[in-house]
Design a protein around this ligand. Structure first.
Ligand code: NAI
Ligand code: 3PY
Length: 334
């Protein structure tokens, strides 16, 4: 048996992989040519399999993708191939959900605006001039400053894609007292904290009800462009869109137009149609309404170890003929 790795992994990871794979041979291919020389008798592949490599690998029974997302790894010939495909989903769900709650808290409490004001030594509550009053609220009086600062308790958060990330978001949001609803074509292990899960056709209902809409779905042919002007018009005018799934799901020109038209109140994006987001993009000039992070929601010191654990676990399972972890249902993607 043979496992081909390409692009190559670092020597310490290779040593651990080789130990887990024994007696399967492991080839850490330095370049595409070396990978192509070795795939004809490969049983397993880890890394970026290309259509050329797949066509040259008649014995392949397992492909492990190095990411959770598959738009750069899954192509029609691989989707039609009988080999098992596994991915890295679930490794960063907790830390991504933490970041989502960070966005939610920023918009609820204007923290991102106060960070900008702190840098400029500016005192002034969002929603009004309060230099004259220490605490603006009075008994029974709801003023503009009150209205500009939101309660999370009782607010509705809609999750689009109730997978590993979506479920962690749901648990955290519920802990803040939020009501959580979701759409997902194949919901599984739905947490008790989720009030309702609907099919994707019910997206307009989720958009109409949610103050916060969290996109945590993969980029598939069906989800591309899922959020355009029509969907923004279905959102509440005070809604915040949060995208930690994939950039291709949200049409950014439409988002900018919708923000300008006041069809929604703000957006927090970690992923973009084009990464890096070009410096001339209008979203960079919407402070207060847009929080932009450079595809970092999945980073933490724990993730590299979890990544290696999945790889070692799956290599061992493959050698022993046991069911693999994180098997992808290719029909779900194509
Ligand atoms: N921002 C970042 O750094 C990261 C982003 N991601 C992205 O998040 C995505 C989700 O990751 P996980 O939750 O771990 O994956 P997962 O596979 O556990 O969950 C994805 C969920 O989305 C659902 N889904 C599929 N198509 C849908 C659609 N059209 N509408 C609504 N739901 C749909 C699936 O049924 C599944 O329940 C990944 O595919 C990846 O693109 C993943 C890791 C890091
Ligand atoms: O694994 C993925 O899909 C990622 O986006 C990692 O950051």
């Amino acid at each position: 048996m043979k496992l081909v790795i390409h692009p190559p992994v670092e020597p310490d990871r290779l040593a651990r992989l080789a130990a887990a794979a024994a007696p399967m041979a492991v080839v850490n291919a330095a370049d595409g040519a070396e990978a192509l020389r070795h795939v004809p008798d490969a049983d397993a592949f880890f890394g970026k399999l290309t259509p050329l490599l797949l066509a040259a690998a008649p014995r392949l029974r397992w492909v492990q993708a190095p990411t959770a997302s598959l738009e750069h790894y899954l192509f029609p010939a691989l989707a039609a191939h009988p080999c098992a495909l596994t991915n890295m989903r679930g490794l960063f769900s907790d830390v991504i959900a933490d970041q989502v709650m960070g966005y939610v808290l920023c918009f609820a409490r204007n923290l991102h605006v106060y960070v900008l004001q702190s840098a400029a030594a500016k005192w002034g509550p969002v929603g009004g001039e309060a230099a004259r009053v220490a605490f603006a609220s009075g008994p029974g009086v709801v003023n503009a400053i009150d209205r500009a600062h939101r309660h999370l308790g009782g607010a509705t958060l809609g999750v689009v894609g109730l997978g590993a990330i979506g479920r962690e978001v749901a648990r955290r949001a519920a802990a803040f007292g939020m009501r959580v609803v979701a759409v997902d074509p194949r919901p599984a292990d739905v947490p008790a904290e989720v009030a309702a899960v609907w099919p994707v056709g019910e997206l307009p209902r989720l958009l109409a009800e949610s103050e916060y809409v969290v996109v945590a779905a993969p980029h598939t042919p069906r989800s591309a462009g899922m959020f355009g002007r029509e969907q923004f018009r279905q959102m509440r005018r005070d809604a915040i869109l949060i995208n930690v799934g994939r950039g291709a799901l949200v049409v950014l020109d439409d988002l900018v137009a919708a923000l300008d038209a006041g069809e929604l109140a703000g957006a927090a994006l970690d992923v973009f149609e084009t990464e890096p987001l070009p410096p001339e993009h209008p979203l960079w000039r919407m402070p207060g309404r847009a929080i932009l992070t450079p595809h970092v929601a999945g980073y933490s010191p724990l993730v590299a170890g979890r990544h290696l654990d999945v790889l070692l676990d799956n290599v061992g399972r493959f050698v022993r003929g046991e069911p693999l972890r994180n098997v992808v249902d290719k029909d779900e993607w194509y």
